[in-house]
Design a protein around this ligand. Structure first.
Ligand code: FAD
Ligand code: NAI
Length: 475
């Protein structure tokens, strides 16, 4: 007998598990299929959460060792205990992945650990040895659903000549589980993963060299922010080799020999290192999914094309998260999950792609929402700029953490906020106010006239907004 559901969700990451939970809340009989053996997807298992756990402990270590003395705290003989740090990370991951199962139960969502394969029409074949559907024999089982949501996520983009073994040539996954601090680490790609994981291992003592293809770091982020970000990271001891590409890695003399060439071509040089982290981006993951059975064709970037409201070319089949177009971010996947579930339930779910924030969780953090200055210029939109440095923010000074600034871009005529870009302490939390402002179509004056508690770092956002009216007060 084939079991029938209102919805089957393939993938248990932030896209999949949030879609399943929202569908459950909306009264839909829902099954979530996950092949990993644990819920939470890339984000909870090998992405957002373990990386943030290591960023936190390595930052505490670095702060204590290198900055406490100047604040009058004697913390000599500070040492790290890597197994304990990893245990903190693993415990955090474990708690959160189990938490998803709890939320499923609470919202009456069924789940199954196995590989979900589209079997044609509205059918999904599930294979795996931990199938936990009632009546399952633990091998292969077919279910039917009125709606199928694909949320199969992404995987690291491979780089020719760099064969990842997750030991000394690693992707982000291996960089989260190194069993000792390397003397030297070479990072390929100055994006989110390279700079976050590079920061973790630099703080613990590795000499980190970042090789980036372009002539700037963090492409896509506001150029002025990126320039300052690079300067600050370099001051912390990270070395950058921009406009360069890695063309191969060899093992020789007990170390890795990395062949690097100028991106535009030219003389090759060799850099010796102990660990190579390949982080040149991620690509959508659809391996073995059976897309051909339902007539879905991938676009030229390997993504599942979707039309309005996440509908694919196949009737009743939807796709969300990293596997479709847009920024590969957990909260973007989560927003789409809620929207698609509401659409399936006949409601009006919607995502505003102009108001999705992004954060690089280094120290200082970088946070952004809306249009960059480069995008506004390219679109020919007349804008004005308001800026405020953390060196003039009283709380940042009291905290002895004054690197960075807030930059607000607003429409020159209407004063509507078009983009907010920040680098500085705790800006990852502060970007929420800016995202809310963009979502509501707020003007800079709205923020300038909103009371912000003193002394807080958030006042820097208000001061940047006040800069438009020329009434910034704390310079
Ligand atoms: P995923 O989380 O990749 O989940 C997809 C799931 O589907 C996987 O568990 C996979 O096993 C399963 N699956 C695939 N195919 C099948 C199948 N056929 N049958 C059954 N199951 C299947 N984003 C942020 O917003 N903030 C961060 O701080 C952040 N940090 C990151 C750090 C790292 C190191 C990495 C790698 C990523 C990070 N991201 C971060 C990105 C974030 O993890 C992704 O954007 C997010 O996980 C995407 O969610 P998803 O549900 O689309 O896919
Ligand atoms: P990325 O796209 O952020 O950065 C990749 C970098 O590699 C770019 O700067 C690119 O120009 C460079 N590059 C590409 N090919 C290269 C080559 N051959 N040689 C040298 N450099 C090359 O990708 P990354 O860091 O791998 O992360 C993948 C995605 O995961 C991110 O884009 C983001 O969506 C997500 N993520 C988000 C995080 C967050 O929200 N804090 C943290 C980690 C990952």
């Amino acid at each position: 007998m084939t079991d029938t559901y209102d919805a089957v969700v393939i993938g248990g990451g932030p896209g999949g598990y949030n879609a399943a939970i929202r569908l459950g809340q909306l009264g839909k009989r829902t099954l979530c299929v996950e092949k990993r053996g644990k819920m939470g997807g890339t984000c909870l298992n090998i992405g957002c959460i373990p990386s943030k756990a290591l960023l936190r402990v390595s930052e505490l270590y670095d702060e204590t060792k290198n900055h406490y003395a100047s604040l009058g705290i004697n913390a000599s003989n500070v040492a790290y205990d890597l197994p304990m740090m990893m245990a903190h990370k693993d415990k955090t991951v474990d708690g959160l992945t189990k938490g998803v199962e709890f939320l499923f139960k609470k919202n009456k969502v069924e789940h199954v650990y196995g590989m979900g394969v589209l079997a044609g029409g509205n059918r999904v074949e599930i294979s795996g040895n931990r199938v936990e559907i009632k009546g399952s024999d633990g091998t292969t089982r077919t279910v039917e659903a009125t709606a199928i949501v694909i949320a199969t996520g992404s995987e690291p983009t491979p780089l020719p000549g760099v064969t990842v073994n997750e030991k000394d040539i690693v992707s982000s996954t291996g960089a989260l589980t190194l069993d000792s601090v390397p003397k030297r680490m070479l990072v390929i790609g100055a994006g989110y993963i390279g700079l976050e994981m590079g920061s973790v291992w630099r703080r613990l003592g590795a000499q980190v060299t970042v090789v980036e293809f372009l002539d700037r770091i963090t492409p896509g982020l506001d150029g002025e922010i990126a320039k300052n970000f690079q300067r600050i990271l370099a001051k912390q001891g990270m070395t950058f080799k921009l406009g360069s590409k890695v063309v191969g890695v060899e093992r020789k003399n007990g170390a890795l020999q990395v062949a690097v060439e100028p991106a535009a071509g030219g003389a090759r040089e060799t850099i010796e290192t102990d660990i190579v982290l390949s982080s040149i981006g991620r690509r959508p993951y659809t391996e073995g999914l059976g897309l051909d059975k339902v007539g879905i064709k991938l676009d030229n970037k390997g993504r599942i094309p979707v039309g309005a409201h996440y509908a694919t070319a196949a009737p009743g089949i939807y796709a969300i998260g990293d596997v479709i177009e847009g920024p590969m971010l957990a909260h973007k996947a989560e927003d789409e999950a809620v929207a698609v579930a509401e659409r399936i339930a006949g409601q009006a779910g919607h995502v505003n792609y102009d108001a999705i924030p992004a954060v690089v969780y280094t120290a200082p953090e970088v946070a952004t929402v809306g249009k960059t200055e480069e995008e506004l210029k390219a679109a020919g939109i007349a804008y004005k700029t308001g800026k405020f440095p953390f060196s003039a923010n009283s709380r940042a000074r009291a905290n002895a953490s004054t690197d960075g600034f807030v930059k607000m871009l607003a429409d020159a005529k209407t004063d509507r906020i078009l983009g907010v870009h920040m680098i500085g302490p705790e800006v990852g939390n502060m970007i929420a106010e800016a995202a809310f402002a963009v979502e509501l179509g707020a003007s800079a004056e709205d923020i300038a006239r909103t009371s912000h508690a003193h002394p807080t770092l958030t006042e820097a956002v208000r001061q940047a907004a006040q800069a438009f009216g020329g009434w910034t007060m704390q310079m």
